[in-house]
Design a protein around this ligand. Structure first.
Ligand SMILES: NC(=O)c1ccc[n+]([C@@H]2O[C@H](COP(=O)([O-])OP(=O)(O)OC[C@H]3O[C@@H](n4cnc5c(N)ncnc54)[C@H](OP(=O)(O)O)[C@@H]3O)[C@@H](O)[C@H]2O)c1
Length: 263
């Protein structure tokens, strides 16, 4: 049984138009949550449109978000606030790109920038802009005024940020990342996302926000060129299961089936 059920909550899933994101949207809707799903152009996202018909606009908000552009993220967060959302209980930073599959000699600056803008800066600015709108976690507790006074204890978590990373962002995992070659831009962007996740985990604990980096498995999607060991439904069910399991999440790097990944 779920120890920390995600039901009756407000959940954001970025990159909800296909693949793992779309399956996460379906999973959170099936658990009676209000879901805010994004893609770069939701009017083109046929499956999201069909889900909105099925569940209605009060249960599924669709909004355009280009995770690779800070200005688009700021505008989107303003729109979420403007739509009357009071608090985001769960944010899944899922939107991501692999980029071109290249040999070492072929990588250009643009390949690195695309991966970093989407996979690293995107999740950071989504968190930053939701905080700016007052939609994520508790207001910051003022620092104690008495010299030498201990900091106030961290409040119980009220929000969860799950950054969909990749085992390819690990420097030491013996099963995949250290036995495969190439993928420079993608690996570096996910390793940097991991650094952002652990830093956010520390910085946001006083605001009651937990932050976890998660590997969704090797999943048959557009990003993986249809290759993989599992389907998006299995990945999403596993990811949600870990979020609900009640295990400590803050500052960790976990697979979709709850295994710890070394950094
Ligand atoms: N598949 C795997 O084996 C695997 C393994 C490890 C990690 N992951 C991670 O899992 C996440 C989801 O990947 P997936 O396999 O489901 O990929 P996918 O099927 O290609 O879906 C990617 C999603 O991200 C969105 N997206 C791409 N660029 C975007 C941008 N600039 N701004 C906003 N949204 C953007 C896409 O939406 P639009 O195109 O509609 O904007 C789409 O909904 C990614 O972070 C990926 O790195 C996947």
């Amino acid at each position: 049984m779920a120890m920390r059920p995600i039901t009756g909550k407000t959940v954001v899933v970025t990159g909800g138009s296909r693949g793992i994101g779309l399956s996460l949207v379906k999973g959170f809707l099936a658990r009676d949550n209000v879901v805010i799903a994004t893609s770069r152009k939701v009017s083109d996202a046929a499956e999201l449109q069909q889900l909105r018909q099925q569940y209605g606009p009060a249960r599924l908000h669709l909004s355009d978000l280009d995770a690779s552009r800070a200005a688009s993220i700021a505008q989107w967060a303003e729109g979420v606030k403007g739509a009357g959302v009071k608090h985001v209980d769960v944010l899944v930073n899922n939107a991501g790109v692999y980029g071109r599959r290249l040999d070492l000699q072929e990588f250009t600056e643009a390949d690195f920038l695309l991966a970093f803008h989407t996979n690293t800066l995107g999740p950071f600015f989504v968190v930053q802009q939701l905080l700016k709108q007052g939609l994520l976690g508790l207001p910051p507790v003022p620092a104690p005024t008495e010299p030498g006074a201990p900091p106030p204890p961290a409040p119980a978590p009220v929000a969860l940020v799950a950054n969909i990373s990749s085992i390819m962002g690990s420097n030491t995992d013996p099963t995949v990342s250290t036995v495969t070659k190439g993928g420079f831009a993608y690996r570096a962007s996910k390793a940097a996302l991991n650094a952002i996740s652990t830093t956010l985990a520390r910085d946001l604990a006083p605001s009651g926000v937990e932050v976890v980096a998660m590997h969704p498995g090797y999943v048959r999607t557009q990003l993986s060129g249809g290759n993989g060991w599992i389907d998006a439904e299995e990945s999403a069910a596993g990811l949600i299961g870990v979020m609900e399991s009640g295990v400590a999440l803050n500052g960790r790097f976990l697979t979709y089936n709850g295994e710890e990944i070394p950094w």
